[in-house]
Each structure stands twice: as structure tokens, then as C-alpha cells.
Design a protein around this ligand. Structure first.
Ligand code: SUG
Length: 460
């Protein structure tokens, strides 16, 4: 078995990062609607997290932002004019909400970019990716064409990688990517058990259950099953579970807001799933079969210990759980966890005594992203890769001290300090963003991946 490691592909925060209140069901997004954002600070907070993880020994890489505002989408929506500035003006005048949606920097939350299956778990021995269709929110549904281009530019060696098309864009196949998927394995290089979590059935008699919640469900069971088939995964080592409707209504719009797993450890809230105990028993049983007798370490947090509302407020379960050594893991938690007393107590207890595999907790200030409901885990896409697969990537996407210095300087050069709703129609913002992204594709060795880089064409 070739050794493999987890590479964390973090999304770089884009120059148009703003608060438009676009995600009903995501409490932070709605709460901060209309607030002034700080794109430069946001991008630097993200880079600081990457640097910290790289220093901890985690292999870190970057995914570039999307081109925003998306002029191509505005054209599709019927806004016309002699040039891009006129299109922006028309959209701002006629439909500012559409302009806001077409300007969101939501591509930064790369846990929603795709679902990934490592080569150890697929029949053809390649790493499989399916970009998420993100149909549940308009501003996110326009991400998948760019995500596909970006992944194809990075994972370009078709003898090792396959990037599938996104699933058909319909609620019945609503797919939000890795945020609703967890892989368990004794170590990253061994075969894994895959755990998919869905909110609704897309088709058939039970499909009306989507209406069981006040807030929208985003992931369908049919989507997760389709990904299992496309990725050639053995169904003996795949489990599915339904999100608890109470969790969705408490603001758990993705499962990574109430659970996190890494290798042999699963940390979750007791109200994450319908029939949580049955779900956990099934995971344990299949993990035992897969690994021939090794144990899945399950840490269940009760409602009494941490109420769902506190879990969502602190984003405890959106922490990253990363391997830092043999049987040693670190939890990368939002700073907000230190400020919610029940969560702080739980975390203090988790590392006390040194018995749990989680040995260290590191708190991070990611407030700019958190105000849109994006914590540490939302900002990264985990890709388990062997050394030879890593060697097949454009080397510049891997994060080093030099990348950190270069990207920090790039952010300081191109990003605005603040952004308010009225700024989205400013044609200079579009020009600044394009200049920044053009330079970035050169820094990352990606070639032309954006619509504005292909003369005359208007793909989304
Ligand atoms: O899809 N927020 C994102 C947050 C995504 C978090 N990702 C994970 N949990 N993996 C969303 O709701 C808000 C944008 C705004 O309101 O301006 C937003 O899209």
C-alpha cells in the first residue's frame, strides 16, 4: 500500500468577499446581511490559518477564488450594455439582489467545492472528484463550472485523476460536496469507510420529507448515491445517514456544522442524525469489518453538555481535526469556541489527561468568514494523495513559506480594506479583481482558467 497523506486545499478568499445575507438557513449569513466586510483582512486570516497548519506539519495547498462579479451570469440573466460597466450598472439598478448573488466570494468555502475519493478506495485506482452542483442557493449554483475548470487545471494528469461533471442541477440531486461526507481509516493511506449525510430524499414516496424542516435541506440521498457509483466505490464500505430535522432548523445547513472526523476518530453532536445511535453502531460495525478489528473512536456530545444552539454559535464541530503525529491529532477551532462557556469546558476536558487522540487545540480568528457561516473546516477541501500523485500537481499550488509571503503580498497589493453593498457595482472593483486573478493564475502555474482570460468567450 503506497503511503498517502491528506492535503488540505484551502480556498483563497476572493476580492469581493461581502455580506449579502444570501443563505437562508445559515444563521450567521442572515444575521450579518448588509454589514461592511473586510476582504483584505478576510484573505489574510485564511492565509494565516494555512501557514499555521503547514507549520504543524499538515500538507497544505491553495485553490484560487472565482471571477466575481460574474459578468457572464449577469449576461445570461438578460443584463445588456456596450461594456461590463454598463452591465453592472443595469444589474445594480434593476436587481441589486442578483448583482449581490453574482458577486459573492462563496467559492472560498472549498469544503463545498467537490466530493473526493482517494485512489485507495476506487476500482480504477484513480482519485475521483465530483464538483458540487450547489443548487440549493443561486449564488452557489454558479460555482460549479469554475470549480470544474480549476480542478481540471490542478488535477490534470488523467492517468491519476478524474474530474467528473457535476450532478444534474436539480433539488432531487442537490449536492454540497465534502461538507456532507467523512472518510474514516486507520491512517490516510489505508482503505477508507465513507460516510455520506443527506437532508432529504429527492424522489419517490419519502421525498416530501424535505418539508419537515423550516430551513431548507441541501443534500439529497440520491446525490450521495450517484457519487458513490461515479467514483467506483465499494458499497460495503459506504454508509448513509439522514440529518436530524431539528439540526437543520437549528442552523445546521451542512453536516460539517455538527460533526467532524479524521482517520479513526469521529466527533459529533448527539442530535446530528435521525437515530444517531443506530448510525454510530453501523459505522462501528463496518469500520471493524474494513479494518479487521480496529476500533472507531466515537466522541458523542450530548445536548445537555452542549445544546445545538451553542454548537452552531461557536462552530465547534466545524473545527478541523488533523493528524500531527502517530496517534496524535490537533483540533483547529474557531476562536468563538473559547467564548461559549459550555464549549470551552468541553474542549478543556477533551485534552485533559492526555487519553483522547486529540492532544492539542488551536484557536483561530476567522471572523470575516465566520460572519457568513464559514468556519475552519468550510475553508478547506481534503484530498488524500500519494507522493506520486502529489508530484503530478503543478508545484506552485502547494503551500510553502515562500507561497505564504508571495500570497500575502499579493493580497495587500490587490484587495480592498472594506466593501459595502454599494461597491459591488463599481467597475473598478471588477477590474481590480480580474487583475488580481490574472496575476494569481501565473503565481499558481494554472494557465488560463477564468472566462475573462479567454478572449471573446462568455462561458460562466
Ligand atoms: O453556503 N455562506 C456559505 C457558507 C458555507 C459554509 N460551508 C460549510 N459548512 N462547509 C453557504 O451558506 C453566505 C454568503 C452571503 O450571505 O453573502 C454563504 O454563502
Amino acid at each position: 500500500m503506497p503511503s498517502a497523506r491528506e492535503v488540505n486545499f484551502d480556498g483563497l478568499v476572493g476580492p469581493t468577499h461581502n455580506y449579502a445575507g444570501l443563505s437562508v438557513g445559515n444563521i450567521a449569513s442572515v444575521k450579518h446581511s448588509g454589514a461592511v466586510s473586510h476582504p483584505r483582512e478576510a484573505a489574510l486570516q485564511g492565509l494565516a490559518k494555512m501557514k499555521y497548519l503547514a507549520d504543524l506539519g499538515v500538507t497544505q495547498a491553495v485553490l484560487p477564488p472565482h471571477e466575481r462579479p460574474s459578468i457572464a451570469t449577469l449576461r445570461t440573466l438578460g443584463f445588456t450594455g456596450p461594456n461590463d460597466a454598463a452591465i453592472l450598472r443595469a444589474a445594480a439598478r434593476q436587481a441589486p439582489q442578483l448583482l449581490a448573488a453574482c458577486s459573492s466570494a462563496s467559492g472560498m468555502w472549498t469544503a463545498n467545492a467537490a466530493t473526493v475519493t482517494p485512489s485507495s478506495d476506487t476500482t480504477d485506482g484513480r482519485v475521483h472528484f465530483t464538483p458540487a452542483n450547489l443548487v440549493s442557493k443561486f449564488h452557489r449554483s454558479i460555482e460549479s463550472p469554475q470549480t470544474s475548470r480549476t480542478l481540471r487545471a490542478i488535477f490534470r494528469d488523467q492517468s491519476r485523476f478524474v474530474v467528473h461533471p457535476p450532478l444534474p442541477a436539480n433539488f432531487a440531486l442537490g449536492d454540497e460536496g465534502a461538507a456532507n461526507h467523512t472518510r474514516f481509516a486507520p491512517n490516510h493511506g489505508s482503505r477508507g469507510l465513507h460516510f455520506f449525510v443527506y437532508g432529504h430524499l429527492g424522489l419517490g414516496p419519502g421525498s416530501t420529507s424535505a418539508r419537515a424542516t423550516q430551513f431548507p435541506s441541501r443534500q439529497s440521498l440520491e446525490a450521495s448515491e450517484a457519487i458513490r457509483r461515479c467514483h467506483q466505490m465499494n458499497d460495503k464500505f459506504v454508509c448513509y445517514a439522514k440529518q436530524h430535522p431539528a439540526a437543520i432548523d437549528a442552523g445546521v445547513f451542512h453536516n460539517d456544522v455538527v460533526s467532524v472526523g479524521n482517520e479513526n476518530v469521529f466527533l459529533h453532536h448527539e442530535r446530528a442524525f435521525v437515530k444517531t445511535k443506530v448510525v454510530v453502531d453501523e459505522l462501528r460495525r463496518r469500520y471493524d469489518t474494513l479494518t479487521r478489528g480496529s476500533e472507531l473512536v466515537v466522541i458523542t456530545v450530548s445536548e445537555r453538555r452542549i445544546p445545538l444552539a451553542d454548537a452552531v454559535r461557536s462552530y465547534l464541530f466545524n473545527s478541523q481535526l488533523v493528524t500531527t503525529g502517530r496517534e496524535r491529532m490537533a483540533l483547529i477551532a474557531p476562536i468563538d469556541c473559547a467564548e461559549v462557556p459550555k464549549v470551552k469546558n468541553f474542549l478543556d476536558g477533551l485534552i485533559a489527561g492526555g487519553k483522547s487522540p486529540v492532544r492539542e487545540i488551536h484557536h483561530f480568528n476567522l471572523r470575516e468568514s465566520m460572519r457568513n457561516g464559514g468556519g475552519p473546516a468550510c475553508l478547506r477541501l481534503r484530498v488524500v494523495l500519494t507522493n506520486s500523485e502529489i508530484a503530478a500537481l503543478p508545484p506552485q499550488v502547494l503551500f510553502t513559506d515562500a507561497t505564504y509571503a508571495q500570497l500575502s503580498a499579493w493580497v495587500r497589493k490587490h484587495y480592498r480594506e472594506t466593501l459595502a453593498a454599494g461597491d459591488l457595482a463599481d467597475p473598478h472593483l471588477l477590474e481590480e479583481s480580474r487583475r488580481a486573478l490574472d496575476e494569481l493564475t501565473q503565481l499558481l502555474g494554472l494557465g488560463s482558467i477564468y472566462p475573462f482570460q479567454s478572449a471573446g468567450a462568455h462561458p460562466t
